[in-house]
Design a protein around this ligand. Structure first.
Ligand code: BGC
Length: 247
């Protein structure tokens, strides 16, 4: 079965039809730069353009968003336009596309895909998926079941949001060496281990393909592995989650 998955990010909005049984893209990705300002109105118009590109009508759409999403409503806006807070983005996108829509947190979507088809396949213990990009996204799975909207990236470390110390953006902005950045990441992982004793960390986001540069510096009890679905994980996970709209 194919469903449309869309990944809303700070710089691009990407979509593709996904074969949800195979966990793979069934088409090329279609990407449109995120409109600025990225208000609910302009972003959902862009999502509708993507749906139109795939001639997608009256069928489920799964869509990621980089914020806390409860019942379709955004409850935070760390790296997105503040006007999203309190907005039912799910309903807005459903109206603009005329498609039943499921909106979910971006890291949760990536985690859903990695657990089924990627680095978390068959892992029954406690798995923490982390995405390192502009912010730090998180998803925790216990025996394969997701606890949504965990937002571990906003845990306070040395008086700051963890993502303001250890996101990949900070490494780039501050021109940190991989080793120095990994020290910051280790502080974050250390806290995660103290609280959750995970069996596995999956590293996703832009840094996952550069894991060779910093994995050796990471010090954890749990195993650490790179995500396998790379930048397709959000799209795939969103489409998988949208299947729930069909029953
Ligand atoms: C947001 C999360 C999101 C993460 C990755 C954080 O700033 O609060 O909701 O998952 O960035 O995009």
């Amino acid at each position: 079965m194919q469903l449309l998955g869309i990944d809303i990010g700070g710089s691009g909005i990407k979509g593709a039809l996904v074969d949800i049984e195979k966990g793979d893209l069934a088409t090329e990705r279609h990407r449109i730069p995120t409109p600025q300002p990225a208000t609910p109105e302009s972003v959902s118009d862009t999502v509708a353009e993507i749906a139109k590109h795939f001639k997608w009508k009256n069928q489920p759409i799964g869509c990621t968003f980089p914020a806390i999403i409860k019942n379709g409503v955004a409850h935070s806006a760390a790296n997105v336009d503040n006007s999203w807070i309190g907005v039912n983005g799910q309903q807005l996108i459903a109206e603009k596309t005329s498609c039943p829509t499921l909106l979910l947190n971006d890291a949760d979507a990536a985690g859903i895909a990695e657990m089924e088809f990627g680095a978390g396949r068959g892992q029954r213990g406690t798995v923490i998926m982390l995405t390192f990009g502009t912010g730090i996204g998180s998803a925790i799975f216990v025996k394969g079941v997701l606890v949504p909207n965990t937002e571990f990236g906003h845990m306070e470390i040395r008086g700051k949001d963890a993502e303001h110390r250890a996101a990949d953006k900070i490494r780039k902005d501050k021109d940190l060496s991989w080793e120095d950045w990994a020290k910051r990441v280790n502080e974050f992982l250390d806290r995660m281990e103290l609280l959750f004793s995970p069996d596995l960390f999956i590293f996703g986001g832009g840094v996952s393909k550069k894991h060779g540069k910093f994995f050796d510096y990471l010090k954890t009890d749990a195993k650490v592995v790179p995500a396998e679905l790379r930048n397709h994980a959000g799209i795939i996970g969103a489409a998988m989650a949208a299947k729930s709209l069909m029953s």
